[in-house]
Design a protein. Structure first.
Length: 275
């Protein structure tokens, strides 16, 4: 397994170097200590002071002034080289953590995992007959900041473990790093999941974006391999799913004393988008 090198860099020059260095150090701890426990990934994260000088082989995570409305961050590939962009603003550290984790586990955006099919019945998500090929996006099902955690005061995203795809619930098993997910194929409020439904010849996506409304399954159409599955799903579902991806109401640091306030403010802001 070749090591993955990820570089955090600020294109705008508006974030203090010590904050960027602290964030990069926290992200490095997350991928080397937390992610590596569960996923066969060898990645490191470093701070790159000069965004114009990205070393060869380093996958950049670029902090930019703005992205299209409702997009807090995304990761793509250019010339088979993964990269990510994250909008600077309140809450950017969770978005950056999200992109780094998903880049590390699935750089190409095509990684699939077969598991039990799911459906929405009576407003609830449940297993059903058959199997789906799930796109492995490790932060999407539990991406809301409510379920994140801190590393040295820096807010980072929760992520699912491989047991998320188990066929049955097993005691003493972690389905996400923080334990927010308590069963396979569980989607928390603010999250979503995409899959290939071979029987229907379609890509589908379960969206649970508003905790006050039941989750829904959207048909995204047939995937023709012209682009990565991740890019295809994003192109069909944005900007809707991105509403939940980035909190707009808190900053880089998520101190415990302010956590409840942050969650309440973010939840209120997210809900307002559906009125």
């Amino acid at each position: 397994m070749l090591p993955i090198q990820i570089g955090l860099t600020d294109v705008t020059g508006t974030i203090a170097a010590d904050e960027l260095a602290a964030a990069a150090a926290a992200f490095n701890i997350q991928v080397t200590r937390d992610l590596a426990q569960f996923w066969n990934v060898g990645a490191t994260v470093e701070y790159l002071p000069d965004h114009t000088k990205i070393p060869a082989g380093v996958w950049p995570v670029m902090l930019v002034k703005s992205l299209p409305p409702t997009e807090g961050g995304f990761h793509l590939t250019k010339h088979n080289q993964p990269y990510a962009k994250v909008e600077i603003g309140a809450g950017w550290s969770i978005a950056a953590s999200h992109e780094i984790l998903e880049m590390s586990v699935d750089p190409s955006g095509n990684r699939l995992q077969v598991s039990t099919a799911i459906e929405v019945a009576g407003g609830k998500i449940r297993d059903t007959a058959g199997q789906f090929e799930y796109l492995v996006e490790v932060c999407d099902p539990c991406e809301a900041p409510d379920f994140g955690y801190e590393i040295n005061g820096v807010a980072v995203s929760d992520f699912l473990t491989p047991n998320f795809y188990d066929t049955t619930v097993t005691s003493s098993v972690r389905y996400s790093f923080t334990g927010a997910l308590t069963a396979p194929r569980q989607i928390k409020p603010g999250g979503y999941i995409s899959w290939v439904n071979a029987a229907a010849n379609e890509v589908q996506q379960l969206q649970y974006l508003d905790p006050n409304k039941p989750p829904v399954i959207k048909n995204l159409g047939a995937w023709n391999d012209a682009q990565s599955l991740r890019s295809f799903a994003d192109s069909k579902s944005r900007p809707t799913v991105q509403i939940s991806e980035t909190p707009k109401t808190h900053g880089l640091l998520k101190h415990s004393s302010a956590q409840r306030v942050m969650i309440a403010e973010f939840t209120a802001a997210r809900r307002s988008l559906y009125r």
